[in-house]
Design a protein around this ligand. Structure first.
Ligand code: PXP
Length: 262
């Protein structure tokens, strides 16, 4: 089978960082961890409202040498940023300020001419350009007519159906057919949104798909996979500060009966 790349979206590392307006957790450090553990690239969405990733994050990630896939709205402001910064890849996504996350794909069919112009400008500075679309034949064919080299298939409906255990097969078949259409149209095919440990394998088996972009689940799951380790480390630092003396720092309890610094 062909190789499948993983792009890790670190937007929500920035969400956490912004909660305290400081520099922890640092997004460049997070990108380093992600790439040291097998990710093939870093994806960030520079939203118009800058609710998580900011312009300086994009610059810092590029200066640190990460292969950056920059998601952005198809608008003049963002295209000008892409022209100036020249990330390795740009993925145009639909964006509405009031949404919590990217809901649905671009309507390439009705905005083909505008997209063609933006795609041309961003390709002209050397970026690979992708359009985020629903797994729908008309949208994929229209995407190929804009000059984009890639379509990223929105896997949100599939992920939802897999969670709910209804029509999962139908949604998977839509993705497989869309990937086939993309390949036939000469487009590279990526996919993403809402993927997790339980639902990713079926998408990973769709061979024309070359890259998956995954974010929210990974950042959330990282808490469970490492929170214990971090708490134990903090306890160790506290214990060392007391020279091994536990008096006065206990009393927090815990599921495993811990809580006392000793
Ligand atoms: N691909 C695109 C184009 C996206 O907009 C997003 C969400 O920012 C993702 C992939 C990743 O989705 P999730 O965070 O649900 O894994």
């Amino acid at each position: 089978m062909r190789p499948l790349r993983l792009g890790v979206n670190i937007d929500h590392v920035a969400t956490l960082r912004n909660a305290r307006f400081g520099d922890h957790p640092n997004v460049v450090a997070a990108a380093g961890v992600v790439c040291a553990h097998g990710a093939d690239g870093i994806t960030v969405h520079l939203r118009e409202d800058r609710r998580h990733i900011r312009d300086d994050d994009v610059v810092a990630l590029m200066e640190a040498g990460f292969r950056l896939n920059l998601e952005m709205a198809a608008c003049e402001e963002m295209v000008a940023i892409a022209e100036r910064l020249r990330p390795a890849a740009v993925c145009f996504v639909p964006e509405r300020r009031e949404e919590q996350t990217t809901e649905g794909g671009l309507d390439v069919v009705t905005s083909k001419e505008t997209l063609r112009s933006f795609v041309g400008r961003v390709r002209a500075v050397g970026c690979e350009v992708s359009l985020f679309v629903e797994p729908d034949e008309a949208q994929i064919v229209a995407a190929s007519e804009t000059g984009a080299q890639v379509v990223e298939l929105h896997t949100g409906s599939y992920a939802l159906s897999a969670d709910e255990g209804v029509h999962e097969g139908v949604q998977l078949a839509r993705l497989a057919e869309a990937a086939r259409v993309a390949e036939e149209a000469g487009l590279s095919c990526h996919a993403g949104h809402g993927l997790d440990f339980d639902n990713v394998a079926a998408v990973a088996r769709i061979e024309p798909i070359e890259e998956l972009n995954i974010g929210y689940f990974l950042v959330g799951q990282a808490l469970f996979d490492s929170l214990g380790e971090v708490v134990a480390k903090m306890k160790g630092v506290m214990r060392a500060a007391r020279g091994g003396d536990d008096k006065g720092l206990g009393g927090l309890g815990g599921a495993e009966g811990g809580g006392v610094v000793s």
